[in-house]
Ligand binder design. Structure first.
Ligand code: SAM
Ligand code: ZN
Length: 301
Protein backbone atom coordinates (compact mmCIF):
# COMPACT_ATOMS: atom_id res chain seq x y z
CA UNK A 1 0.00 0.00 0.00
CA UNK A 2 1.46 3.39 -0.93
CA UNK A 3 -0.09 5.44 1.87
CA UNK A 4 2.13 7.29 4.26
CA UNK A 5 2.39 6.75 7.97
CA UNK A 6 0.54 9.65 9.47
CA UNK A 7 2.27 12.16 11.71
CA UNK A 8 -0.26 14.93 11.83
CA UNK A 9 0.74 18.58 11.97
CA UNK A 10 -1.65 21.47 12.07
CA UNK A 11 -1.37 24.62 10.02
CA UNK A 12 1.60 26.80 10.97
CA UNK A 13 4.12 25.33 13.38
CA UNK A 14 1.67 23.81 15.87
CA UNK A 15 1.51 20.05 15.95
CA UNK A 16 -1.43 18.08 17.25
CA UNK A 17 -2.16 14.45 17.86
CA UNK A 18 -3.09 11.94 15.24
CA UNK A 19 -6.31 11.04 17.02
CA UNK A 20 -8.97 13.51 16.01
CA UNK A 21 -11.05 14.11 19.12
CA UNK A 22 -13.37 17.16 18.99
CA UNK A 23 -10.90 19.02 21.24
CA UNK A 24 -8.06 18.35 18.83
CA UNK A 25 -10.16 19.33 15.84
CA UNK A 26 -10.94 22.58 17.67
CA UNK A 27 -7.23 23.11 18.36
CA UNK A 28 -6.49 22.70 14.69
CA UNK A 29 -9.09 25.30 13.84
CA UNK A 30 -7.44 27.80 16.17
CA UNK A 31 -4.41 27.73 13.89
CA UNK A 32 -6.12 27.40 10.57
CA UNK A 33 -4.64 29.67 8.06
CA UNK A 34 -6.16 29.50 4.61
CA UNK A 35 -9.80 30.49 5.31
CA UNK A 36 -10.79 34.08 4.66
CA UNK A 37 -13.82 36.12 5.69
CA UNK A 38 -16.36 35.80 2.85
CA UNK A 39 -17.47 39.42 3.40
CA UNK A 40 -14.20 41.39 3.52
CA UNK A 41 -11.58 38.72 2.60
CA UNK A 42 -9.56 39.37 5.75
CA UNK A 43 -8.02 36.48 7.74
CA UNK A 44 -10.24 34.87 10.37
CA UNK A 45 -9.48 33.60 13.85
CA UNK A 46 -11.38 31.09 15.96
CA UNK A 47 -12.92 32.31 19.20
CA UNK A 48 -15.26 30.01 21.14
CA UNK A 49 -16.41 28.03 18.12
CA UNK A 50 -16.85 31.20 16.05
CA UNK A 51 -14.74 32.44 13.16
CA UNK A 52 -14.20 36.19 13.39
CA UNK A 53 -12.33 38.65 11.17
CA UNK A 54 -10.81 41.99 12.19
CA UNK A 55 -13.95 43.73 10.88
CA UNK A 56 -16.03 41.71 13.31
CA UNK A 57 -17.82 39.52 10.76
CA UNK A 58 -18.67 36.30 12.63
CA UNK A 59 -19.47 32.77 11.48
CA UNK A 60 -20.41 30.08 13.98
CA UNK A 61 -19.37 26.46 13.78
CA UNK A 62 -22.43 24.19 13.64
CA UNK A 63 -22.66 21.40 16.19
CA UNK A 64 -21.48 18.95 13.51
CA UNK A 65 -18.24 20.95 13.33
CA UNK A 66 -18.54 22.72 9.96
CA UNK A 67 -18.89 26.45 9.33
CA UNK A 68 -21.27 28.13 6.89
CA UNK A 69 -19.39 30.74 4.83
CA UNK A 70 -22.06 31.11 2.15
CA UNK A 71 -23.27 34.69 1.89
CA UNK A 72 -26.22 34.53 -0.48
CA UNK A 73 -29.49 33.43 1.14
CA UNK A 74 -30.09 32.46 4.73
CA UNK A 75 -29.01 28.88 4.40
CA UNK A 76 -27.48 26.44 1.99
CA UNK A 77 -30.25 23.92 2.72
CA UNK A 78 -32.00 24.51 -0.58
CA UNK A 79 -28.81 24.75 -2.63
CA UNK A 80 -26.99 21.90 -4.33
CA UNK A 81 -27.83 18.30 -3.60
CA UNK A 82 -30.75 17.51 -1.29
CA UNK A 83 -30.79 15.40 1.87
CA UNK A 84 -31.80 12.19 0.09
CA UNK A 85 -29.00 12.50 -2.48
CA UNK A 86 -26.54 13.34 0.29
CA UNK A 87 -27.43 10.21 2.29
CA UNK A 88 -27.38 7.95 -0.77
CA UNK A 89 -23.93 9.24 -1.71
CA UNK A 90 -22.63 8.69 1.82
CA UNK A 91 -24.14 5.20 2.12
CA UNK A 92 -22.76 4.10 -1.23
CA UNK A 93 -19.27 5.61 -1.03
CA UNK A 94 -18.73 4.48 2.56
CA UNK A 95 -18.92 0.87 1.32
CA UNK A 96 -15.72 1.56 -0.66
CA UNK A 97 -17.12 0.88 -4.14
CA UNK A 98 -15.30 3.90 -5.64
CA UNK A 99 -12.04 3.38 -3.74
CA UNK A 100 -10.02 2.84 -6.94
CA UNK A 101 -10.68 6.55 -7.54
CA UNK A 102 -9.89 7.50 -3.93
CA UNK A 103 -6.58 5.61 -4.17
CA UNK A 104 -5.67 7.40 -7.39
CA UNK A 105 -6.35 10.81 -5.83
CA UNK A 106 -4.17 9.59 -2.96
CA UNK A 107 -1.36 8.93 -5.45
CA UNK A 108 -1.65 12.55 -6.59
CA UNK A 109 -1.56 13.81 -2.99
CA UNK A 110 1.58 11.74 -2.42
CA UNK A 111 3.25 12.89 -5.65
CA UNK A 112 2.40 16.60 -5.57
CA UNK A 113 2.28 17.63 -1.89
CA UNK A 114 4.38 17.53 1.26
CA UNK A 115 3.65 17.19 4.94
CA UNK A 116 1.48 20.07 6.20
CA UNK A 117 0.50 21.43 2.74
CA UNK A 118 -3.09 22.61 2.33
CA UNK A 119 -5.28 20.27 0.26
CA UNK A 120 -8.75 21.43 -0.74
CA UNK A 121 -11.66 19.18 -1.74
CA UNK A 122 -13.77 21.39 -4.02
CA UNK A 123 -17.47 20.41 -3.96
CA UNK A 124 -16.62 17.77 -1.37
CA UNK A 125 -20.16 16.39 -1.09
CA UNK A 126 -20.53 14.39 2.10
CA UNK A 127 -16.76 14.29 2.57
CA UNK A 128 -15.97 10.66 1.77
CA UNK A 129 -12.83 11.40 -0.24
CA UNK A 130 -11.63 14.15 2.12
CA UNK A 131 -11.96 11.77 5.06
CA UNK A 132 -10.34 8.87 3.14
CA UNK A 133 -7.27 11.00 2.39
CA UNK A 134 -7.12 12.76 5.77
CA UNK A 135 -6.84 9.33 7.41
CA UNK A 136 -3.81 8.51 5.27
CA UNK A 137 -1.82 11.72 4.75
CA UNK A 138 -0.55 14.36 7.14
CA UNK A 139 -1.71 17.31 5.09
CA UNK A 140 -3.98 20.17 6.12
CA UNK A 141 -7.30 19.11 4.56
CA UNK A 142 -10.25 21.38 3.79
CA UNK A 143 -13.50 20.54 2.03
CA UNK A 144 -16.43 22.67 0.94
CA UNK A 145 -19.72 22.31 -0.87
CA UNK A 146 -22.68 24.56 -1.57
CA UNK A 147 -25.09 22.01 -0.09
CA UNK A 148 -25.51 22.29 3.66
CA UNK A 149 -27.04 18.80 3.62
CA UNK A 150 -23.78 17.47 2.21
CA UNK A 151 -21.46 19.45 4.48
CA UNK A 152 -23.47 18.51 7.56
CA UNK A 153 -22.80 14.83 6.81
CA UNK A 154 -19.14 15.64 6.13
CA UNK A 155 -18.88 17.33 9.54
CA UNK A 156 -20.33 14.22 11.17
CA UNK A 157 -17.37 12.23 9.93
CA UNK A 158 -15.28 13.88 12.68
CA UNK A 159 -12.11 13.64 10.67
CA UNK A 160 -9.25 16.11 10.95
CA UNK A 161 -10.40 18.10 7.87
CA UNK A 162 -12.12 21.48 8.13
CA UNK A 163 -15.45 21.55 6.29
CA UNK A 164 -17.31 24.67 5.21
CA UNK A 165 -20.31 25.68 3.09
CA UNK A 166 -19.37 27.88 0.12
CA UNK A 167 -19.90 28.41 -3.58
CA UNK A 168 -17.18 27.63 -6.15
CA UNK A 169 -17.75 31.04 -7.71
CA UNK A 170 -16.32 32.73 -4.60
CA UNK A 171 -14.18 30.41 -2.49
CA UNK A 172 -13.40 32.00 0.92
CA UNK A 173 -9.77 30.89 0.81
CA UNK A 174 -6.58 32.95 0.58
CA UNK A 175 -5.01 33.50 -2.86
CA UNK A 176 -2.23 31.01 -3.64
CA UNK A 177 -2.67 29.03 -0.43
CA UNK A 178 -3.61 25.57 -1.78
CA UNK A 179 -0.99 23.09 -2.94
CA UNK A 180 -3.45 20.57 -4.32
CA UNK A 181 -7.16 20.96 -4.97
CA UNK A 182 -9.24 18.02 -6.06
CA UNK A 183 -12.58 18.25 -7.70
CA UNK A 184 -14.76 15.24 -8.44
CA UNK A 185 -17.91 15.23 -10.60
CA UNK A 186 -18.89 18.84 -10.02
CA UNK A 187 -19.05 22.18 -11.85
CA UNK A 188 -15.68 23.66 -12.88
CA UNK A 189 -14.57 27.25 -12.29
CA UNK A 190 -11.06 27.73 -13.74
CA UNK A 191 -10.60 31.29 -12.56
CA UNK A 192 -11.39 30.63 -8.89
CA UNK A 193 -9.44 27.36 -8.88
CA UNK A 194 -6.35 29.13 -10.29
CA UNK A 195 -6.68 31.92 -7.75
CA UNK A 196 -6.54 29.63 -4.71
CA UNK A 197 -3.68 27.46 -6.07
CA UNK A 198 -0.08 28.22 -5.13
CA UNK A 199 2.25 28.86 -8.07
CA UNK A 200 3.45 25.26 -7.90
CA UNK A 201 -0.01 23.92 -7.02
CA UNK A 202 -2.10 21.42 -8.98
CA UNK A 203 -5.76 20.74 -9.52
CA UNK A 204 -6.88 17.15 -9.87
CA UNK A 205 -10.25 16.60 -11.45
CA UNK A 206 -12.11 13.41 -12.39
CA UNK A 207 -14.77 12.68 -14.97
CA UNK A 208 -16.66 9.49 -15.71
CA UNK A 209 -14.74 7.18 -18.06
CA UNK A 210 -16.21 5.72 -21.23
CA UNK A 211 -17.54 2.58 -19.55
CA UNK A 212 -18.44 4.04 -16.16
CA UNK A 213 -21.64 2.41 -14.81
CA UNK A 214 -22.39 0.80 -18.17
CA UNK A 215 -23.85 -2.24 -16.39
CA UNK A 216 -26.32 0.01 -14.55
CA UNK A 217 -27.22 1.90 -17.73
CA UNK A 218 -27.81 -1.40 -19.57
CA UNK A 219 -30.53 -2.19 -17.04
CA UNK A 220 -32.09 1.28 -17.14
CA UNK A 221 -32.06 2.01 -20.87
CA UNK A 222 -32.91 0.05 -24.03
CA UNK A 223 -30.02 1.77 -25.84
CA UNK A 224 -27.40 2.62 -23.23
CA UNK A 225 -24.67 5.07 -24.22
CA UNK A 226 -20.95 5.28 -23.42
CA UNK A 227 -19.54 8.44 -21.80
CA UNK A 228 -17.50 10.92 -23.82
CA UNK A 229 -14.70 11.44 -21.21
CA UNK A 230 -14.55 15.14 -22.10
CA UNK A 231 -12.09 17.07 -19.91
CA UNK A 232 -13.34 20.30 -18.31
CA UNK A 233 -12.84 23.71 -19.93
CA UNK A 234 -9.67 24.44 -18.00
CA UNK A 235 -8.76 27.98 -19.08
CA UNK A 236 -5.51 29.29 -17.64
CA UNK A 237 -4.53 25.77 -16.63
CA UNK A 238 -2.05 23.43 -18.26
CA UNK A 239 -2.60 19.66 -18.43
CA UNK A 240 0.21 17.79 -16.65
CA UNK A 241 -0.98 14.20 -16.76
CA UNK A 242 -3.97 11.94 -17.32
CA UNK A 243 -4.51 8.94 -15.04
CA UNK A 244 -7.16 6.24 -15.09
CA UNK A 245 -8.81 4.11 -12.43
CA UNK A 246 -11.59 1.57 -12.46
CA UNK A 247 -12.66 -2.04 -12.32
CA UNK A 248 -15.83 -4.04 -11.91
CA UNK A 249 -18.05 -3.84 -8.84
CA UNK A 250 -20.87 -6.13 -7.70
CA UNK A 251 -23.64 -4.77 -5.51
CA UNK A 252 -25.30 -7.58 -3.59
CA UNK A 253 -28.05 -5.76 -1.73
CA UNK A 254 -31.11 -3.78 -2.79
CA UNK A 255 -29.96 -0.93 -0.50
CA UNK A 256 -26.65 -0.58 -2.36
CA UNK A 257 -28.36 -0.72 -5.77
CA UNK A 258 -30.84 1.97 -4.68
CA UNK A 259 -28.11 4.14 -3.16
CA UNK A 260 -26.04 4.01 -6.36
CA UNK A 261 -29.07 4.79 -8.53
CA UNK A 262 -30.13 7.74 -6.36
CA UNK A 263 -26.70 9.37 -6.51
CA UNK A 264 -26.56 9.30 -10.31
CA UNK A 265 -28.20 11.73 -12.75
CA UNK A 266 -30.09 8.70 -14.20
CA UNK A 267 -32.37 8.86 -11.17
CA UNK A 268 -34.09 11.82 -12.85
CA UNK A 269 -34.06 10.53 -16.44
CA UNK A 270 -35.09 6.89 -16.38
CA UNK A 271 -38.16 5.55 -18.18
CA UNK A 272 -40.53 3.54 -15.98
CA UNK A 273 -39.67 0.25 -17.73
CA UNK A 274 -36.04 0.76 -16.71
CA UNK A 275 -37.04 1.50 -13.13
CA UNK A 276 -39.07 -1.73 -12.99
CA UNK A 277 -36.12 -3.75 -14.33
CA UNK A 278 -33.81 -2.19 -11.74
CA UNK A 279 -36.24 -2.79 -8.89
CA UNK A 280 -36.44 -6.48 -9.71
CA UNK A 281 -32.67 -6.99 -9.27
CA UNK A 282 -31.14 -8.48 -6.13
CA UNK A 283 -27.59 -7.94 -7.36
CA UNK A 284 -25.92 -5.79 -9.98
CA UNK A 285 -22.47 -5.94 -11.57
CA UNK A 286 -21.15 -2.92 -13.40
CA UNK A 287 -17.95 -1.39 -14.69
CA UNK A 288 -16.62 1.68 -12.94
CA UNK A 289 -14.15 3.87 -14.80
CA UNK A 290 -12.67 7.26 -13.98
CA UNK A 291 -10.42 9.59 -15.96
CA UNK A 292 -8.30 11.84 -13.77
CA UNK A 293 -6.86 15.04 -15.24
CA UNK A 294 -4.06 16.81 -13.37
CA UNK A 295 -3.50 20.51 -14.19
CA UNK A 296 -1.14 23.19 -13.01
CA UNK A 297 -1.38 26.93 -13.41
CA UNK A 298 -0.23 28.17 -16.80
CA UNK A 299 2.90 30.26 -16.35
CA UNK A 300 3.73 32.93 -18.91
CA UNK A 301 7.08 32.27 -20.67
C1 SAM B 1 -22.02 14.77 -7.92
S1 SAM B 1 -21.73 15.57 -6.39
C2 SAM B 1 -20.03 15.14 -6.09
C3 SAM B 1 -19.64 15.28 -4.65
C4 SAM B 1 -18.23 14.77 -4.30
N1 SAM B 1 -17.21 15.48 -5.03
C5 SAM B 1 -18.15 13.29 -4.56
O1 SAM B 1 -17.58 12.88 -5.59
O2 SAM B 1 -18.67 12.53 -3.73
C6 SAM B 1 -21.60 17.27 -6.91
C7 SAM B 1 -21.49 18.22 -5.75
O3 SAM B 1 -21.27 19.54 -6.24
C8 SAM B 1 -21.93 20.43 -5.35
N2 SAM B 1 -22.09 21.71 -6.04
C9 SAM B 1 -22.87 21.99 -7.11
N3 SAM B 1 -22.75 23.30 -7.46
C10 SAM B 1 -21.90 23.87 -6.56
C11 SAM B 1 -21.37 25.18 -6.40
N4 SAM B 1 -21.72 26.17 -7.21
N5 SAM B 1 -20.51 25.42 -5.39
C12 SAM B 1 -20.15 24.41 -4.54
N6 SAM B 1 -20.62 23.13 -4.66
C13 SAM B 1 -21.48 22.86 -5.66
C14 SAM B 1 -23.23 19.70 -5.03
O4 SAM B 1 -23.87 20.19 -3.88
C15 SAM B 1 -22.73 18.27 -4.89
O5 SAM B 1 -22.40 17.94 -3.56
ZN1 ZN C 1 -14.81 40.25 7.45
Amino acid sequence: MFFEKKTVRGAGSHSYSEICTPRKIYLKRCFMSILRCPVCRQPVETENRTLRCENNHCFDFAKEGYVNLLLSGKSGDDKGDNREMARSRRDFLTKGYFDPLANEIGECVRNYTDDGDAVLDICCGEGYYTDFLAQRFSRDFYGFDISKNMVRLAGKRHCSATFFVANISSIPVEDGSVKLAFHLFAPFHSQEFSRVLSDDGVIVTAVAGRNHLYGLKSVLYDTPYRNDELPPQAEGLELLEVRRAGGEITLNTREDIDALFRMTPYYYHTPSAGMVRLQSLESLSTEIEFVIYVYRKKHSE
